[in-house]
Design a protein around this ligand. Structure first.
Ligand code: PLP
Length: 452
């Protein structure tokens, strides 16, 4: 094996330098090169890297016990974290189940919904409607919700794909509808789907409140959220919010559902909860649902590492940091600053068609024509090219080509919530340099005198 070969494999052959260390919003490779972590990894490192207080609290837990199996012991960190999370959930969602990641959280939410329905005698309800495009995880159960060729591709025969509705593409004003009417129209697609499937077969509806890897930070009109809740209530369909990416402060509030005052029936969380310090996820559910399961003999579900004390101690330490230093509020303010800076890029680069998002879950989309939002030529692979240009210059951003509806290259700019205004300047300078290089490579116009 040479330096560039490895026994370890990931999705594809994409050699990257070895990570040496992290500090705040920065990561350093072994050559000493510094990177701004402009995507918080995969929207994970909400409080920044190697926070010494978090490390000290984890070390204190390690010195006591790193593992205690949940069937053998209760642990203080898991009980305390459950209580702290319950206090931050919308009213009534005060029962917490711990897992180790996002896909596990989503599948836990689905299984909880199904087992609850069975306790209610609703055996015919099993379909979980999701949106397209969506991203709910890579395990087979979560893939049945994620759907689409991109992720499900060769695995499709191995699971039963769940029904989908179109995710709101709110920046496409195709029908000249008002924002509110567009939200209602997209929400009503859920009603149509429920009716088409047979309401007695529909168990739940799952949605990312702000799109992540799926639609690139797309926010639906306000009317969408309220109407979806109403439709779920009308049909007795359990509403699951997948807050794996949006939770733990990413959009400027602890959960994104707070922006619209929506109380889902179940919330799935992960990423920012452990914030890169430990693999951690959680599901919050209505107490009456959980009680029904427990009365019926218990939840038929569990993972070995669920609620392990070390991950929960990390989660507690992360939450302490967020609360003691007002990190969520700070992130919300920095989100406004960064969004304005990204919007200003539209003057300089006519090929940036849309800037969107909430808090520090922000994205811009590149297009060949802003009026029609026609995408850039597919063969340019813009979504990957710009990421590499930025990476070379010491900035990490996250990108995807949206599928399952409108095709377009979008770029998530989601730094840790602790970023300062001066660091946003640094981030933007590198991003502009990368965008200039991209424009030059493709002969695209740049309004050089426009605000950088
Ligand atoms: N749900 C959402 C909204 C996500 O963004 C992701 C990951 O990106 C997942 C679920 C899956 O999480 P994990 O990769 O931790 O399994």
């Amino acid at each position: 094996m040479t330096e560039n070969q490895s026994h370890l494999f990931y999705q594809s052959r994409q050699p990257r330098p070895f990570l040496d260390r992290g500090e705040g919003i920065y990561l350093y490779d072994e050559s000493g090169k510094r990177y701004i972590d402009g995507s918080s990894g995969a929207m994970v490192s909400n409080i920044g890297h190697s926070n010494p207080t978090v490390l000290a609290k984890m070390k204190a837990q390690m010195d006591r016990a790193t593992f205690g199996y949940r069937l053998h012991f209760r642990t203080r960190p898991s009980e305390d974290l459950a209580a702290r999370l319950a206090a931050r959930m919308p009213a009534g969602l005060d029962r917490i189940f711990f897992v180790s990641g996002g896909s596990e959280a989503v599948e836990t939410a689905e299984k909880l919904a199904r087992q609850y329905a069975v306790t209610q005698g609703q055996h015919s309800r099993w379909k979980v409607i999701s949106r397209s495009p969506a991203y709910h995880g890579g395990t087979l159960g979560a893939l049945a919700l994620t759907g689409g060729k991109l992720f499900a591709g060769p695995f499709a025969p191995m699971f039963r794909e769940m029904p989908h509705v179109k995710a709101p593409q709110t920046y496409l004003d195709l029908d000249n509808l008002t924002e509110e009417a567009r939200g209602i129209r997209y929400a009503e697609m859920l009603r149509e789907r429920i009716e088409a499937e047979g309401p007695e077969t529909v168990l739940a509806f799952i949605m990312e409140p702000v799109g992540g890897a799926s639609t690139g930070a797309l926010v639906a009109p306000d009317s969408y959220y309220t109407r979806i809740r109403e439709i779920c209530d009308e049909y007795g369909v359990i509403l699951i919010y997948d807050e794996v990416m949006t939770g733990a402060g990413r959009t400027g509030t602890f959960l994104a559902c707070e922006h619209w005052g929506i109380t889902p029936d179940i919330v799935a969380m992960s990423k920012g909860l452990g914030a890169g310090y430990a693999p951690l996820g959680a599901v919050a559910a209505r107490a009456d649902m959980v009680e029904a399961l427990l009365d019926a003999g218990g939840f038929l579900h569990g993972f070995t590492y669920a609620g392990n004390p070390l991950a929960c101690a990390a989660g507690l330490a992360v939450l302490d940091e967020m609360e003691e230093h007002g990190i969520i509020e700070h992130g919300a303010q920095m989100g406004e600053v960064l969004k304005a800076r990204l919007e200003a890029l539209m003057e300089r680069y006519p090929f940036i068609g849309h800037v969107r998002g909430k808090g520090l879950l922000l994205a811009f989309e590149m297009v060949s024509d802003r009026a029609t939002m026609a995408p850039l030529p597919k063969e340019w692979n813009a979504y990957s090219e710009l990421v590499e240009l930025a990476y070379d210059r010491g900035l990490i951003i996250y990108s995807r080509r949206t599928r399952g509806g409108v095709e377009g290259d979008h770029f998530l700019v989601c730094p840790p919530l602790i970023i300062t205004e001066a660091q946003i300047d640094e981030l933007m300078a590198i991003l502009i340099d990368a965008l200039d290089a991209f424009a030059a490579a493709h002969d695209l116009p740049v309004q050089a005198e426009a605000a950088a």
